[in-house]
Design a protein around this ligand. Structure first.
Ligand SMILES: [Zn+2]
Length: 276
């Protein structure tokens, strides 16, 4: 029951009008700008927050795929390890319920790196799980907590949202105006700002919210999320791992998760009763 839908592409064709029809040209220009702006506004799944994003979900996918290839080339993939089956199962179950803003090409690999406590999902649905996080996730449900959280960043399009709102509006507009001939320098700038910096606190809390509901919808007990984040806090011993560096304080996080728990449990029970 994978849901896919595409948003307006934001590409509009206009013709030069003769001088005597200038007022119409002005009106047309205004309409085109309004449409472009409308195309830049979208709604975040599950939380329903309105988001300003000058890039299209397709661009998230293209940029993410590029960044994925680049990043994986520097890492040691080991999908032959026995844990990979579980990683793949969790990714598939979550992707099935994730309301991706486009037809994401989901992909996951296991990174052979016992020292790094990390997992991520690039814009567009390309994921990696490091073996170093497995002792903290402990079991399949624990893994669903962290992967649900990471997938949430991708479906909420946090990377390109940041590009659109944090001083890079011009860059994003450049991409919007020139979708076909994207300048590689521009793309690497977008990747540097949108994909590599730690997430902001609001985005972290939103990813927690979406991730909690996703795991429940995928049939994983959301109550396990509390234990996972507590183990994560203990494992990091006061200095959070890289991908958690701007994560909210443990108390705030757990307080928010507990508030959302009734909603998550409803989704979990619905899934339980519909699964034979
Ligand atoms: Zn996060």
């Amino acid at each position: 029951m994978k849901k896919t839908f595409t948003t307006a592409s934001g590409v509009y064709q206009t013709r030069a009008l003769p001088p005597e029809r200038c007022p119409w040209a002005r009106r047309l220009a205004a309409a085109v700008s309004a449409l472009a702006l409308a195309a830049a506004c979208s709604t975040v799944p599950i939380t329903g927050r309105s988001q300003f994003n000058m890039l299209s979900p397709q661009q998230d996918m293209e940029l993410g795929a590029q960044a994925y290839t680049e990043t994986l080339s520097k890492l040691k993939i080991n999908d032959k390890r026995p844990e990979f089956a579980m990683v793949q199962r969790v990714a598939q179950r979550l992707a099935q319920v994730a309301q991706a803003p486009a037809d994401f090409q989901w992909e996951v690999h296991l990174i052979d790196d016992d020292k790094t406590v990390n997992a991520w999902c690039m814009p567009g649905g390309k994921m990696a799980v490091y073996t170093g996080i497995l002792p903290v996730t402990k079991d399949e449900t624990g893994l669903a907590v962290v992967m649900g959280h990471e997938i949430a960043h991708a479906i909420a399009r946090h990377g390109t949202e940041r590009v659109s709102t944090e001083g890079l509006g011009e860059v994003a507009l450049g991409v919007l105006a020139n979708r076909t001939g994207t300048d590689p320098a521009l793309w690497s700038q977008i990747k540097a700002i949108g994909f590599s910096l730690p997430w902001g606190r609001k985005q972290e809390l939103e990813a927690d919210h979406i991730g909690l509901i996703l795991m429940a919808q995928a049939g994983y007990d959301p109550r396990e999320a509390i234990g996972f984040w507590q183990r994560m806090a203990a494992a990091s011993g006061g200095s959070p791992p890289e991908f958690l560096s701007t994560h909210p304080s443990d108390e705030t996080r757990i307080e928010r998760l507990e508030k959302l728990m009734p909603k998550a449990l409803k989704a979990y029970q619905k899934r339980q009763s519909s699964t034979p």
